[in-house]
Design a protein around this ligand. Structure first.
Ligand code: FAD
Length: 289
């Protein structure tokens, strides 16, 4: 089913993100985690595309498994900055052959050895959005950044580029993680004002270890509110306590989002079914499942 239909038909959706095994890593432990995640009946499951496109085949394999063996709608991520048009064509063809109807179109991070002087087939995600729309009847999602994308100096420019991307055929947006809901509410106000009207799904990262948050901040520069910092300072080196606090924080964030009219919640599960299940259980009456 197309995600645009799911979003239209349900008042609140809760979906999950998983990542595929890296090249030469075993498939089975990840498949077992994915299967368990499917048991809690997410509205859809997205499967990331490894940086540089290296695990593209595994992405499609897992997205195929989720949809055709577990009966959960899948959303396959696809990046373009490190790929040629032929490679992208092939990936889209494989997705189509598996019956995958939803693709998250991404530029991908610029690789460390990137040679900017070479002509590339793609520069931005918006180029890929256009191409996917031509290649088939896909529902296309894209990424957005409530705090602004790290490479973009001015938030207004970032929103103008987002508008261009959406106008190229994006059906819904999924946000980068954020830990302060006011950041999202302000962002939604600004994009709606600029005429971006597609559904925006809030990406929620349950932080279950102190190390995880250090890495997140290094990579994305995400703002950490004082309330969240205090939790990490207090429990960051006590794994069980941090996990419990991280689940409670994510739950609290989601309840506030739903109460304030956000309809789509996407949980970055990090392939941890127990964490996703705990959050779902905490929300059982709220999301009605
Ligand atoms: P774009 O939309 O192309 O934007 C990239 C930058 O270019 C921004 O700064 C933007 O402002 C600027 N820009 C856009 N258009 C123009 C223009 N016309 N002129 C000048 N500047 C412009 N990465 C992976 O490798 N695999 C994944 O599976 C993956 N999944 C993700 C899922 C989500 C929900 C999110 C939020 C991110 C994900 N990423 C993933 C990370 C993403 O690839 C990086 O954040 C990447 O740096 C930007 O990708 P994008 O698609 O947002 O790029």
């Amino acid at each position: 089913m197309k995600i645009s239909e799911i979003l239209k038909n349900k008042e609140v959706t809760v979906s999950y993100e998983v990542f595929p095994p890296k090249k030469d890593m075993p498939f089975e432990p990840i498949l077992a985690a994915v299967d368990r995640l499917c048991e809690s009946d997410p509205d859809f499951m997205s499967v990331t595309y490894g940086a540089g496109g290296g695990t593209g085949h595994n992405t499609i394999k897992i997205a195929d498994h989720v949809q055709n063996h577990r009966g959960v709608t899948s959303l396959a991520h696809l990046t373009c900055i490190s790929s040629t048009r032929d490679q992208v064509d092939r990936a889209i063809g494989e997705m189509k052959a598996c019956g995958i109807e939803n693709i998250l179109a991404l530029r991908g991070d610029i690789p460390a050895d990137f040679d900017g002087s070479k002509t590339r087939d793609y520069r931005f995600a918006s180029d890929l959005v256009k191409e996917i729309k031509v290649k088939g009847d896909f529902c296309v999602g894209a990424a957005c950044y409530p705090e602004g994308h790290v490479e973009c100096e001015h938030k207004d420019d970032d929103i103008a580029f987002l508008k261009e991307k959406v106008d190229n055929g994006v059906d819904f947006l999924t946000t980068q993680m954020f830990f302060d809901n006011n950041v999202l509410y302000n962002f939604l106000y600004r994009i709606r004002e600029r005429g971006i009207t597609v559904p925006v799904i809030a990406g929620i990262m349950p932080v279950t270890s102190g190390k995880q948050i250090e890495r997140i901040c290094q990579l994305s520069g995400t703002y950490l509110p004082a309330r969240f910092k205090a939790i990490v300072d207090k429990f960051g080196d006590k794994p069980e306590a941090m996990k419990q606090a991280g689940i409670a924080y994510a739950t609290d964030q989601i309840i506030d989002l739903i109460a304030n009219g956000v309809h789509g919640i996407h949980i970055y599960t990090m392939n941890k079914p127990d964490v996703a299940e705990s959050i779902r259980n905490n929300l059982s009456y709220i999301i009605g499942k």
